[in-house]
Structures are given as structure tokens and as C-alpha cells.
Design a binder for this molecule. Structure first.
Ligand code: NDP
Length: 330
């Protein structure tokens, strides 16, 4: 049973030396527990933020295996509600096998493509849908701006907003990604934040200002975007990836002034807050996938041993769409 543990907590940029691959004992399922074979693991920017300290979950410590959300197959069950062969979602770790409490795993429906339960119908699609619909409240004709637009959450935010009839502007790193966001994701425009002149580019791409800004990155991009908000605009605080992998965080300097003057609403959320609306979200996403208004974007890295590099690469922006690691065939 291979397992990837944290060798040392990073104080600045994450590197492969912060991880170690170990051969751990095969875990045993106790009373009410299940033994699970990990098939797909979600690689999230949040993995890096858990290494910085407690967030909405406990901090990850040196010596711990990296926690992850995973899709697994049940190989042994001491739980009456779960059978061998069931496919379940579970709080797992970067491992080949894990043990979980039977009542803590979620049985998944039989689907053609398992990975879709982590991308469009999973954490990425749900985060995009709930944040945009419940906090952003976009109305047809409004301008929606979203950062990390070529990433998993950002790509769905823009496509949903487009399906709702909004003008959609993305922010992403590099000309090739921006072209992909416009051509493949169907955004009206995408701005390369690595180029100088972000404010000028925002002014050109958002001639009527911004009504909803879906912020995945925080920092300087948030600061610049706030300056283009319309009065009564909504800022959806989803994450702050620009602040996770650095020892030198840079918060927006225009807070709270710009919030007051423009009467903005700025609200954070965690995807689980809206679990009661998940069924509605999945139905909506299925509809848009069916009509072709939403394209499923996935970026699957093969092999447990490649999980550290998959996370390091995600932080550096080498992914397009939802990044997953395939640990075993389904
Ligand atoms: P993504 O698939 O969106 O990938 C992250 C992207 O962020 C990279 O591809 C990179 O693209 C971009 N990025 C990295 N560094 C910077 C930087 N310094 N400035 C601007 N962009 C940067 O990852 P996730 O889907 O895991 O996460 C997206 C955001 O959503 C994160 O902030 C995450 O914490 C948040 N999140 C929040 C949830 C919630 O419940 N609130 C749930 C899930 C995710 P590029 O090449 O464009 O730089």
C-alpha cells in the first residue's frame, strides 16, 4: 500500500522535497468500516492551503499523508449499507488503499465516465454553480468576470454565466490559455494577467463595468478587478490561490474603501455549504452538458507517484480544467 506523506511543511514555494512516497501497512477494516481501493483523487489548490494551517479543516502536519477527496471501489465491507464492488466517494489520503467509516462514504451512481463525478458533476461544477448562482446572482446582460478562468472552477463559472446570457470575461495566465478560454470555453474575452497593463485590459474587455466578479485568486488581481465593479456589484470569494504558495502574501490595498463607495457585496463560501442544492446543481449541469453549452474539461495525471508534481504544477498553472490523479483503473 503506497502512500504519499508530507516530509516537511513548506515555508515558501512547494517542491517535490516536501513529499515522500512510503510503503505503508495495508489498513484493516474494523467494525462498521470499509476497505477502499482509491481510483481517482481530486487535486485542489486547497491541498496547498491546508499545509499553511487550519482552514475549514485541520492543518496538515509533517508525517501526515496528504488528505484528498477520492472516488474509490469497496474491496471489503463491515458496514451493512455498503457492498463489495460499490463505487463510493470518500475523504481519503494520497494512498492506494484506505479505510473509512461506512457511514462517512457516499455511494455513487453508475455512470459512463467516473471522472465526471469529480469534474462537471463534482467539486468543480458544484463550486462554480453554487458560488455563482447563490452569491453572484447574475442576470442576463450583466458582465461576469472570473479569474483562474482556464482552471476547473473558473471554466465552469464562465460557461454557466454564458448559458445564462451574460457577457463573460476571463483572466488567465499566458496567451495560449487565454485563446483556449475564448475559443474552447466560449468566453467573450480573456485577459492574460502575466502581461503588463491588467487595468487597461480590464477596461477594454469590460466596457460596461463588472457586475459579478468570481474571485479564485485574491491578491493583486482582486485589487484591480474591484476597481472595475459597478455599483451594487457582487464579489464571490471562492479562493485565493495567488496567496497559497508564497511567503509574501499581497492583499488588495483598496479594501474596504471600494466596497463602501461602490456599495459592493463581497461574500465567501465553501462548496459544502450548499450541499442541500447539489441535486438541483447536477440537473442544471446535465442539461447544459446535453445542450453543448458546457464542455467538460479534465486534466488527468496518471499514477499516485505523480500526485506531488500534479499539485506543484497546478499551483504553477500547468493544468487546463479539473486536475485529477488516476491511482487505479476503474
Ligand atoms: P484550478 O484548476 O482553477 O487551477 C488553479 C489555477 O490557478 C492554475 O491553473 C493557474 O492558472 C491559477 N493560478 C495559480 N497561481 C496563480 C496566481 N498567482 N495568480 C493567478 N492565478 C493563478 O484549481 P482549483 O479548481 O483547485 O481551484 C481554483 C480556486 O477555487 C482556488 O482558489 C481554490 O482554493 C478554490 N476552491 C474553492 C472551493 C470552495 O468551496 N470555496 C472549492 C474548490 C476550489 P493560470 O495559468 O491562469 O495562472
Amino acid at each position: 500500500n503506497r502512500q504519499i506523506q508530507i516530509a516537511e511543511l513548506p515555508t515558501a514555494e512547494l517542491t517535490p522535497d516536501h513529499f515522500k512516497l512510503v510503503e505503508a501497512d495495508m489498513p484493516k477494516a474494523g467494525d462498521g468500516e470499509v476497505l477502499l481501493k482509491v481510483i481517482l483523487m481530486s487535486i485542489d489548490a486547497a491541498n496547498r492551503s491546508w499545509m499553511k494551517g487550519a482552514t475549514y479543516r485541520a492543518a496538515v502536519q509533517a508525517g501526515d499523508p496528504m488528505p484528498t477527496y477520492a472516488i474509490c471501489e469497496v474491496v471489503e465491507s463491515n458496514s451493512p449499507k455498503i457492498s463489495v464492488g460499490d463505487i463510493v466517494a470518500a475523504e481519503a489520503t494520497w494512498s492506494d488503499y484506505i479505510v473509512a467509516k461506512g457511514h462517512r462514504v457516499e455511494k455513487l451512481p453508475k455512470v459512463e465516465t467516473l471522472s465526471h463525478l469529480m469534474s462537471v458533476y463534482g467539486i468543480a461544477g458544484k463550486t462554480a454553480y453554487h458560488g455563482l448562482m447563490s452569491i453572484g446572482n447574475p442576470v442576463a446582460g450583466e458582465t461576469v468576470l472570473v479569474s483562474a478562468a482556464a482552471g476547473s472552477v473558473g471554466g465552469y463559472v464562465g460557461q454557466i454565466a454564458k448559458a445564462l446570457g451574460c457577457r463573460v470575461v476571463g483572466i488567465a495566465g499566458g496567451p495560449e490559455k487565454c485563446k483556449w478560454v475564448e475559443d474552447e470555453m466560449g468566453f467573450d474575452a480573456c485577459i492574460d494577467y502575466r502581461e503588463a497593463g491588467l487595468s487597461k485590459a480590464l477596461a477594454a474587455a469590460c466596457p460596461n463595468g463588472v457586475d459579478v466578479y468570481f474571485d479564485n485568486v485574491g491578491g493583486k488581481i482582486l485589487e484591480s478587478s474591484l476597481n472595475f465593479m459597478n455599483e451594487k456589484g457582487r464579489v464571490v470569494c471562492c479562493g485565493a490561490i495567488s496567496q497559497y504558495d508564497t511567503d509574501n502574501p499581497t492583499g488588495p490595498r483598496n479594501l474596504p474603501g471600494v466596497i463602501v463607495v461602490k456599495r459592493l457585496k463581497m461574500e465567501g463560501f465553501i462548496v459544502m455549504d450548499f450541499a442541500h442544492n447539489d441535486a438541483k446543481c447536477v440537473r442544471a449541469m446535465q442539461h447544459w452538458v446535453g445542450t453543448g453549452q458546457i464542455k467538460v474539461t479534465e486534466d488527468i495525471v496518471e499514477g499516485l507517484e505523480n500526485a506531488p508534481q500534479a499539485l506543484i504544477g497546478l499551483l504553477a498553472g500547468d493544468n487546463k480544467g479539473k486536475r485529477l490523479v488516476r491511482v487505479a483503473a476503474d
